[in-house]
Design a protein around this ligand. Structure first.
Ligand code: PGA
Length: 256
């Protein structure tokens, strides 16, 4: 598949940055660092706690601010939840969905499918996270990935695929010391691309960027783009330090 001109590098802050002050300092730093590096096309994406969106979206000139989850509902009597329209109305440009940490807290497949569908209907860039718990040598994990993808996209019309991004995040590599190898990433990405093509046809499948996530560091980041077959990265811990995150962005723009 043809490589995208500009890689999609997304940081997932989870709950690492807890105060607005820290978040503002980070955005000011990353804007300055990217200007100094003079990478004209450099863009960053940050999935932040919902309450930071309003302020950060105004400050981020080279980046896009998004959220880490939305509800699969379109309004009404649901205390404590946010709709996709709500987060969009205050400046969120994208949402992560189906992150393994959210799935582990009990998000079920039907609710996730609704979230994906409602987000794409609102034309929100939607980053669906998907990954196997274990990598077996017989390749059973591929069937699991395909099945998961089919379920999660079951309510989505193929015409909405323009705004869909898939993040391949093997659960065994998230928050660890060692990432997947670019080769392990490549095998899964090929399987996901095939599964997408068989679900919606090659033309719609081609519109979908696929990212890798799981213990991405400054040292290994560009190898996933060069050898892992992905169009970008989803980064947890290494996205919480502006200096590291801007170095990763720079390495991915120069060494593709
Ligand atoms: P990590 O997290 O980079 O800290 O492994 C990745 C993720 O959970 O998206």
């Amino acid at each position: 598949m043809k490589k995208r001109a500009v890689p999609t590098i997304i940081g997932n802050w989870k709950m690492y940055l807890e105060t607005e002050k820290e978040a503002i300092t980070f955005i000011k730093n990353i804007e300055r660092k990217l200007s100094l590096k003079k990478i004209i096309k450099a863009k960053y994406y940050l999935a932040v706690p919902d309450l930071f969106v309003v302020t950060l979206a105004k400050l981020a000139k080279k980046g896009f601010i998004g959220v880490q989850n939305i509800s699969g509902l379109s309004g009404g009597a649901y205390t404590g939840l946010q709709t996709v329209r709500t987060v969009k109305s205050v400046g969120a440009s994208f949402t992560l969905l189906g992150h393994s940490e959210v799935r582990a807290r009990g998000e079920d497949g039907d609710i996730l499918a609704k979230k994906v569908s409602i987000s794409l209907k609102e034309k929100m860039m939607t980053v669906l996270c998907i990954g196997e718990k274990e990598r077996d040598t017989q390749g059973n994990y591929i069937a699991q990935l395909e099945e998961e993808l089919r379920k999660n996209l079951s309510l989505v019309d193929r015409s909405l695929f323009d705004n869909l991004v898939i993040a391949y995040e093997p659960i065994w590599a998230i928050g660890k010391d060692v990432a997947a190898t670019p080769n392990e990433c490549f095998e899964a990405v090929i399987a996901l691309r095939r599964a997408l093509a068989s679900l919606v046809g090659i033309d719609h499948a081609k519109k979908v960027s696929i990212l890798y996530g799981g213990t991405v560091t400054k040292e290994n980041a560009s190898s996933f783009l060069k050898e892992g077959g992905v169009d970008g990265l989803l980064i947890g811990r290494a996205s919480t330090d502006a200096s590291t995150f801007s170095d990763i962005i720079a390495s991915c723009h120069y060494k593709k």
